[in-house]
Each structure stands twice: as C-alpha cells, then as structure tokens.
Design a protein around this ligand. Structure first.
Ligand SMILES: Cc1cc2nc3c(=O)[nH]c(=O)nc-3n(C[C@H](O)[C@H](O)[C@H](O)COP(=O)(O)OP(=O)(O)OC[C@H]3O[C@@H](n4cnc5c(N)ncnc54)[C@H](O)[C@@H]3O)c2cc1C
Length: 645
C-alpha cells in the first residue's frame, strides 16, 4: 500500500513499518490508554494530538474506544433504574471520548480516503468520518459521532496560534507532527508551554521521536521524560507525564460536577436557542426537558423564513469568526438531512449578497481574502440585474419552526413557564402554566431574561422586527419570483416553504409594541424595491391599502387581533450592547441569549458551546471567541474574571 508522503515537509505521514502498529505501540501503549480508560473515575477522557495528518491515530483510537465500550458494556441505556443503581459502583464512569487534533495543512477527504481505505481495522470509522469531514478555512471544527460517544475537535491553523486558544483539560498527548528537523514550528517552546497549561498532574504524553529538542522542551515545560526503544526503524522514542501543577484547568460549573453526566437538565425557552442546547444534550444521551408556556418556536423563532449565511467583517474578529464557525457547524447538520426533513426545513439553497456601495465593495472583497474563504463558500459574481454580488453557495433559506421542531425530536417538551420575576405572580394566580424551578435549569429565553433578578443587569435590548409576506395575490410577487435565489444586503427577501416571498426586516429598539405598522410596511417595500432594483416600482400606498383590507378580512375570520396575519408578522429579537450573543454563566445562572438577527446561524454552535461549558468538556471554539460571548465581559470585575477563564 502507498505510504502517504508530504511534499511540503519532505516526510511521511506514518511509519512504513505499519501505520496501525505504530499508533498502537507509540501512542496507545505508551500513554496506557486502555488501562486508564478502565480505571477512569471521570465521565470524559481527552486526548490531544499534534498533527492530524491522515487521521489514522484518531480513527484507530476511535476503533479501540468502541471495542472498549462493547467489552465493558459501560452504560447500557436500557437498564432499569434499580439495576443500574446496583451496577453503578461496579461499572466504569467513563462516558465520552474527546479527541482534539491540530492541523495546518489538512488533507482533502478524497486524499484521506485514498491513503486509508485499504486498512481494514478502521474501515467502518473511516466511512462515518468522511461523511462529515469538510474543512473550508482556518477555524476550530467540531465533529460529533453520537453513536460511538466520541467527539473530534479539529483545530485548523498553525499550532502556535491554535493551541494557545484551546480551552480544555487534556489527559493524554499524541505528539505526531512531522520530524522536528523538518517541521520545527510543531515542536516550539510555545507548543510545550501550551501543553503544560492544558495538562493536569498525571497527564501523559508519547511521541515517536527522541530528538533532544523535544526532550529538552518537554522537560523545561514541566514534563517527566523517559526514553524507550522506538517503533520499526526508529531507535528510540519518548514518553512521560506532567508532574508540575496541582490544580485542574477546567472551568467551574455550578452543577454537581461529579455527577454531571448523570444529571437531567431543564431549559427555559423553546426557541432555536433552547432547542439547540437541548440538541447538544440529546447527542450526549443526557436527559433534557424544554419548557415554554407559549409553545414551540412561537416568538422570534416562529418567523416563516430566516436566511442562513455567515456575517463577515473586513478583517477577522471574534464575531466574524464565530459566525463562520457556526455556519460550518450547522452546515454539517443541514447537509445530513434526509429528503423529507430537507423539504420541511430548507426552502432555498444559495444566496446572493448584493454589494451596493463602494464601502461594501471594499469591505466584502477584503473580507473574503482575510477570512481565506474558498469559492465553494463565498464567491464574487456579477448578477445580470443586481450587479456585483457575493454568492454564498451553502447559504439557505430555512423554516425556523420546522428546524426547531427537528432539533427537539425525541426531547421532552412541557408547555409551562419557568420562573422569571415579572410573570411569576400573575401566572401563579391565574393559570396552571406555572412551574416551580426544576433542577439544573438553563435559561434560553431571549429578552425575558431581563425579568430574572440574577440576570437583569445583563445589557439586553428587545428589538422589534416586522416582516412582509408577498403571496401570489401581491402585485410585486411576479417580479420577486423572477429571482432564483434569496437576496440580502441592507434588507432581504427569501422564499418560504409555502412559496411566499418574505421581505424583511425592520429593526426597531425604541418602538417595541406588537401592533402592525403601516409606516414599517412602506419602509420594507421601499427597501425591497431598491434591493431587487425593480425597474418601475409600483405605488406602495395602493399595495398597502389593498393588503390592509385583506388582512382586516382575514383577522375577522380568524377572530384574532392584528398581531399577525397571513400577510405580515411582528416578533422581537434580543440583542446585547456589543451585538454579540451572551453564552455562559452569569451570577450562577447558565444562559444563552441575545442571538440578535443571526440566531439561525449561531444557535447550534452556541448550544454546543454551552453544553461543553456546563459539562466541563473541551470548548469547541477558540478562547477569544468564548470571551467575546461570555456574560463576564459586561461585569465590572471583567478583567479579573476573563483572566481566570
Ligand atoms: C423579524 C426578524 C427576522 C429575523 N431574521 C433572521 C434571519 O433571517 N436569519 C437569522 O439567522 N436570524 C434571524 N432573526 C433572528 C432569530 O430569529 C433569533 O435570533 C432567534 O429566533 C432567537 O431565538 P431564541 O430561542 O433566543 O428566542 P425566541 O425564539 O424568542 O425564544 C425564546 C422563548 O423563550 C420563551 N420563554 C420566555 N420566558 C420563559 C420562561 N420563563 N419559561 C419558559 N419559556 C420562556 C418564550 O416564550 C420564547 O418562546 C430574525 C429575528 C426577527 C425578529
């Protein structure tokens, strides 16, 4: 079989004496992986590798992890409570394997397949992995394989930049970069110091090399280093453990950390935030119940359509990087939908972002370059009537309600409210929809968080948005229908799953009432005509008058007030002072809120981040992004708190 070789580093990816045998000898045995899994008292075990290469070490470790679970029958979900309690003292408490790896020059999926498909031991894992694997531009990527209870977090970028951004507590290191003589950056002092920061007492390491640079670097960072015979033609290799610091580096959680994975969690809010967090717990087989007194996706997440594409700035910022990473993460899920799910959730694929000013042209052209976006993500194009645009091939128009329902499949939903000060009293007296605070409660209830004492100081605003629905009775419908893609710029138009065009949206933080506004309707129409460059814009007032008579009729039939009709919708976003979402722990309360105008893009990764923080797992985004989302950024003691994080 062909041994993969890197021209850039003039080195092979794994030993010509046998890739699997090398992984077994160097990394598995020298780190005593199997023995430590058997003895583990923690629910998660974290391995961090330097140099993902072909992914062979990951795939082989995954295979061993599956064998380990089968052999130890670690956690059979079918067990009755009493049986499981009896067995609890005997069984291993390990629940999940986290594998982190770094790679500056990732191979394509087809190259990985070419190099590894002939290795029978890992063929099953390779197939499952390649179905998800796609890297587009430097970022942290998270791939979860729930059936195998394993997560891969792949840090795409120079290790000297990515490792300092990692938030995790590592149990074992696989040091597998190209040889120190050929790739010295991989074995730098920064890398050794970061390894020490991410290690705890007893964290092990192993590497195929015994180069003196490596041994010295590891020793000076606080590792105990030993040599032994190497694998195959290698004379010696080294291995050892970290022996310097006492305390663990994981973040604090208010929940009972010893039993975190045995907890049940409750979530207030069944919008896309609550559903995304519930999805993250569900993937880990952790029981979760979602509460919402008005139903599933009835507020901001109940709009008929939402556009899904990344928000970019001229140069990378934590906000633009979070948006991109979120886009990539949710794209994994949306790409995996079967045709019937897809039909319900996705109404359009691809999006044209119109560049309508010099300033935008300058910003977006630079932005594609500075974020290293490949054309399959974003490409400059000239549209025949719109002029210069960016085409986002993987953007989509989503049906938010169907998406939320999909995320909540098999999740317990209870149509009740959870305590927050302002509503408590009336609900307690007037309805049976009030519920006492359940354990392990996480708040994903948008601007309503302002009603809760412990979170009311968070700088969250309620921002009103009005949408215009254009159905085939609308005089502008035929013109809108001539566009194959949704269009976005200062405003947007997209088609929903009912074949209507939705024009949006207004953005008003001062006037927040629910009533329909004629003036807003005019503004939306005006902006939409500019957006699509209608050659002879119709008379807006005539259109609005005609629509008014239609929805007055509709409301009479439906016997509802004018909050909503089949022609418009009003809902409210929550937005923070700096416009970034708020995800983390505030005064002892776990929250995810302030998703602003981009909640469909950022919520899935937001939920994964929050679940990882709560469960003390490796965090799926760089530290700089985590800090830009943390509620601590608004705290008066911000600088101290951020340093502690
Ligand atoms: C007009 C408009 C257009 C938008 N367009 C887009 C778009 O094109 N693309 C995009 O990505 N994003 C868009 N957004 C943003 C996106 O819709 C939001 O970011 C997202 O829906 C917010 O989800 P959420 O779950 O945080 O809040 P919500 O969907 O508002 O859900 C919060 C839920 O919490 C519940 N709740 C409150 N208090 C309690 C309690 N005490 N107990 C239990 N439940 C409680 C509420 O009933 C509510 O259902 C738009 C938003 C608006 C308003």
């Amino acid at each position: 079989m062909e041994i993969p070789y890197s021209q850039a580093f003039d080195d092979i990816y794994y030993s010509s004496d046998g890739g699997i045998a090398e992984t077994q000898f160097v990394f598995i045995e020298s780190n005593q992986i199997l023995e430590r899994w058997s003895l583990s008292k923690d629910p998660i075990f974290t391995i961090c590798e330097t140099g993902f290469g072909t992914g062979l070490n990951f795939l082989y470790t995954w295979k061993l992890w599956e064998e380990f679970q089968n052999k130890h029958n670690t956690f059979s979900d079918e067990e009755s409570d009493s049986t499981s309690q009896k067995r609890e003292s005997k069984i291993n408490s390990l629940r999940w394997l986290h594998f982190i790896s770094t790679e500056a020059f990732p191979l394509s999926g087809s190259d990985i397949y070419k190099y590894l498909h002939g290795i029978p031991e890992i063929s099953e894992q390779l197939k499952i992995f390649l179905a998800k694997y796609n890297l587009y531009s430097p970022a942290f990527y998270r791939f979860i394989f729930p059936e195998s209870r394993i997560t891969l977090t792949l840090l795409y970028g120079d290790i000297n930049n990515t490792l300092p951004e990692l938030v995790a507590s590592v149990d074992a290191w696989y040091l597998d970069g190209f040889a120190p003589s050929k790739n010295p950056e991989m074995w730098s002092d920064t890398v050794f110091q970061e390894m020490a920061r991410l290690s705890h007492l007893g964290t092990s390491f192993a590497t195929y090399t015994s180069s003196s640079v490596v041994r010295k670097g590891l020793k000076s960072a606080g590792f105990h280093v030993q040599k032994k015979n190497g694998f195959g033609k290698k004379r010696e290799m080294c291995f050892g453990y970290y022996h310097t610091k006492e305390e663990s580096t994981t973040l604090d959680s208010e929940f009972n950390s010893q039993h975190l994975w045995k907890n049940e969690f409750s979530i207030a809010g069944a919008g896309v935030s609550g559903a995304s967090l519930a999805f993250a717990f569900k993937q880990r087989s952790i029981p979760v119940t979602v509460y919402d007194h008005i139903g599933i996706a009835e507020e901001a997440s109940g709009n008929p359509v939402g556009i899904f594409y990344p928000h970019l700035s001229k140069f990378p910022t934590p906000a633009s990087q979070f948006s991109l990473a979120s886009f990539y993460y949710a794209d994994q899920l949306l790409s995996s939908l079967d045709s019937s799910q897809k039909e319900k959730i996705i109404s359009q694929e691809g999006l044209l972002f119109k560049i309508n000013s010099e300033e935008k042209a300058n910003r977006y052209k630079k932005s594609l370059e500075s974020h290293s976006l490949p054309e399959k993500i974003a490409k400059l194009t000239k549209h025949e009537s719109l002029g210069e645009c960016i085409f986002f091939a993987k953007a989509r128009s989503l049906d938010p309600k169907s998406y939320v329902n999909y995320l909540l499949t098999n999740v317990m939903f209870i149509n009740k409210i959870l305590p927050d000060q302002s509503v408590d009293k009336s609900l307690e007296l007037n309805s049976n929809k009030y519920l006492k605070k359940p354990n392990n409660l996480v708040y994903c209830n948008s601007y309503h968080l302002k009603n809760k004492e412990s979170t009311q100081e968070l700088p969250i605003k309620k921002v009103r948005g009005q949408l215009y629905y254009s159905d085939d009775n609308d005089p502008i419908f035929p013109f809108l229908n001539s566009f194959a893609y949704p269009i976005s710029s200062d405003s947007y138009m997209a088609k929903d799953t009912k074949n209507r065009f939705i024009l949006g949206s207004t953005f008003d933080e001062f006037k927040t009432e629910r009533a329909w506004s004629e003036q807003d309707e005019e503004t939306i129409l005006q902006r939409a005509m500019e957006l699509i460059e209608h050659p002879s814009p119709p008379n807006f007032m005539e259109i609005i008058e005609e629509r008014k008579s239609r929805f007055i009729e509709y409301n009479k039939i439906k016997n509802q007030d004018s909050i909503e009709s089949n022609l418009y919708r009003i809902s409210h976003r929550s937005q923070s002072k700096d416009r970034n979402p708020i995800i983390g722990n505030h005064n002892g309360t776990w929250v995810m809120t302030a998703l602003g105008s981009r909640g469909l893009v950022t919520s899935l990764l937001g939920g994964e981040i929050l679940a990882s923080l709560i469960l003390k797992e490796p965090v799926p985004v760089p530290k700089s992004i985590l800090q830009s989302l943390s509620p601590v950024r608004f705290s008066k003691k911000k600088s101290i708190a951020l340093i502690q994080e």
